[in-house]
Design a protein around this ligand. Structure first.
Ligand code: HEM
Length: 496
């Protein structure tokens, strides 16, 4: 076997990696032991800030293959032929916990896919749930703070969480999902993924449709019981990482079928009129009976990263990364996210984070961004400025070609509370669950609410369950009552 010679980071052979340079056998150390100093210095700088959310994660490389023609909806090149494959990288995550937290905590799971297309990177940073807790990004930092640690006790706080949720009834749909069996998926391979937001597609004729992306697991949905999730958090906190890594290493490559839901703008208007819902509201889903899933392709994960830090920790997904033929929507949450990710990564990873191998496009790229810390790919001798032609703007390139959509409405801060229906879809989800799953949902909720110390918070939250479905509210209240040893739980103001 070939021996690898140990060198410093500058390539200089290291004479001795076991014994520091000292004055005499008992020391002290000599400052000229540059290898020792460099070794300690680099060690001190090994950590980069963890993601402010989704800090604990696992990633893998793979491919996406088109199985059905969707060129009537999009001119994006990755979809231009059935059978075409595109390299992908996918990072799964939990949301609220720190980098060392347990994989099996009750939490949504991140499902962030990067497609390395010939027109640049397309990032679809979604979750394993089709909806979200809030519909306005201005609430996101507050919401996330309630999922983190109390500033005084440094403990997670049921009071904070339920104070927020009980004041934000738009969260009820996602809270119902979170406390159902789907809140504790059995690893990352046995869950679905969703782009969650409404996005758009634009075809060669410039026509736009609104879409939602779905990734359906071929492994089958499998969830952990609440008890098993808690047990694993203690005995195998890296359960999902291990499961994913081992499956790929063994050649048992996980796959997801990729689907679209599609709405034309005329269909959107008719649907909004009929239901009263907003197609761009992230707390809502589009019922499959109204907008059936259209098959698109299959995604497979087949390669573990060689180096976790390089590829998984430094991965920087951004919902702003869409390629020609794909587009955004007016969804306020999406609009907020278009800003948030690149900004976070400039801080978390650095100015030139897009130059790192996992983030770099796999197509030629040219821009006039130069210099900054760690400018690994710095444009070489190419011009570092753009010339705007006197008669046009072709220095911008050949056109993203997105014709945009018409804007309307007066600038203002619009409070959706009390004017939008936050209950019907949450109730529908409850009613859709089989009886045994409803039972586990209401038990999980009663267990969680039993840690709340403020009676008004509990009352407010029970009223939301009841408005979604009287049986839902009554069951949680009954179990909570039992939990509390029969202490009175006043039920349930605001019942529909
Ligand atoms: C990660 C912000 C909503 C899915 C992050 C990060 C930030 C952030 C700052 C860390 C990025 C990094 O350091 O690389 C926000 C804001 C939101 C929002 C401001 C609302 C306005 C959502 C929603 C979803 C989502 C609705 C899912 C539908 C993710 C995922 C990651 C992430 C999957 C981890 C990506 C990875 O694996 O690296 N978010 N987020 N976020 N977010 Fe959000």
């Amino acid at each position: 076997m070939q021996q690898t010679r140990l060198t410093t980071a500058s390539g200089i052979p290291v004479a001795d990696n076991q014994n520091s340079l000292t004055a005499g056998p008992r020391g002290p150390l000599l400052l000229q032991d540059f290898h020792l100093i460099e070794k300690l210095q680099h060690f001190n700088r090994e950590r980069i800030p963890e993601r402010v959310v989704h800090a604990k994660g696992s990633g893998a490389f793979g491919s996406f293959t088109v199985t059905h023609d969707i060129t009537r909806y999009t001119r994006a090149k990755l979809f231009d032929a059935v059978g075409k494959t595109t390299d992908v990288f996918l990072r799964f995550s939990t949301v609220g916990g720190e980098r060392g937290s347990a994989d099996t905590e009750r939490d949504p799971r991140g499902f962030a896919v990067r497609f390395y297309t010939e027109d640049g990177n397309w990032d679809l940073a979604g979750n394993n749930t089709p909806m979200f807790f809030i519909k306005d990004p201005i609430k996101f930092p507050d919401f996330v703070h309630t999922q983190k640690r109390d500033p005084r006790t440094n403990l997670k706080s049921a009071d904070m969480m339920w104070d927020f949720w009980s004041h934000a009834p738009e969260s009820l749909h996602q809270v119902t999902m979170l406390f159902s069996d789907r809140g504790t998926p059995d690893g990352y391979r046995h869950m679905d993924g969703f782009g969650s937001h409404t996005f758009s597609l634009v075809n060669a004729a410039g026509e736009r449709v609104w879409v939602k992306w779905h990734f359906k697991t071929r492994q089958g949905i499998r969830n952990l019981s609440a008890q098993e999730a808690v047990r694993l958090a203690g005995t195998d906190p890296d359960y999902a990482q291990r499961d994913l890594y081992d499956a790929i290493r063994a050649g048992d490559y996980p796959r997801w079928d990729v689907f679209l839901q599609v709405m034309t703008d005329a269909e959107r208007q008719a649907w909004e009129q009929r239901t009263g819902w907003n197609a761009f509201d992230l707390t809502k889903v589009w019922p499959h009976k109204d907008f059936p899933r259209i098959p698109v392709g299959v995604l497979e994960l087949n390669r573990n990263p060689d180096n976790y830090h390089a590829d998984v920790e430094q991965a920087a997904f951004s919902p702003a990364n869409v390629v020609p033929g794909l587009g955004y929507s007016p969804d306020k949450m999406l609009q907020g996210r278009l800003f948030a990710y690149h900004d976070a990564q400039l801080y978390r990873v650095g100015t030139n984070h897009q130059n790192l191998p996992v983030n770099r496009p796999r197509c030629p790229f040219h821009n006039q961004q130069r210099d900054g810390a760690m400018a690994v790919s710095n444009g070489g001798a190419a011009p570092n400025y753009a010339v705007v032609q006197a008669n046009g703007t072709d220095a911008r390139g050949f056109g993203h070609g997105d014709d945009g959509w018409a804007l309307e409405g007066a600038a203002g801060r619009y409070d959706a509370r009390g004017t939008e229906d936050d209950y019907t879809q949450a109730g529908n989800l409850f009613r859709l669950l089989p009886a045994d799953e409803q039972d586990r949902l209401t038990t999980n909720l009663a267990n969680a609410l039993s840690a709340v110390t403020v009676p008004a918070t509990i009352e407010r939250q029970l009223a939301h369950f009841t408005r979604a479905d009287p049986r839902y509210g009554a069951e949680v209240a009954r179990k909570l009552h039992v939990q509390r040893g029969g202490a009175p739980v006043s039920v349930v103001k605001g019942a529909a």
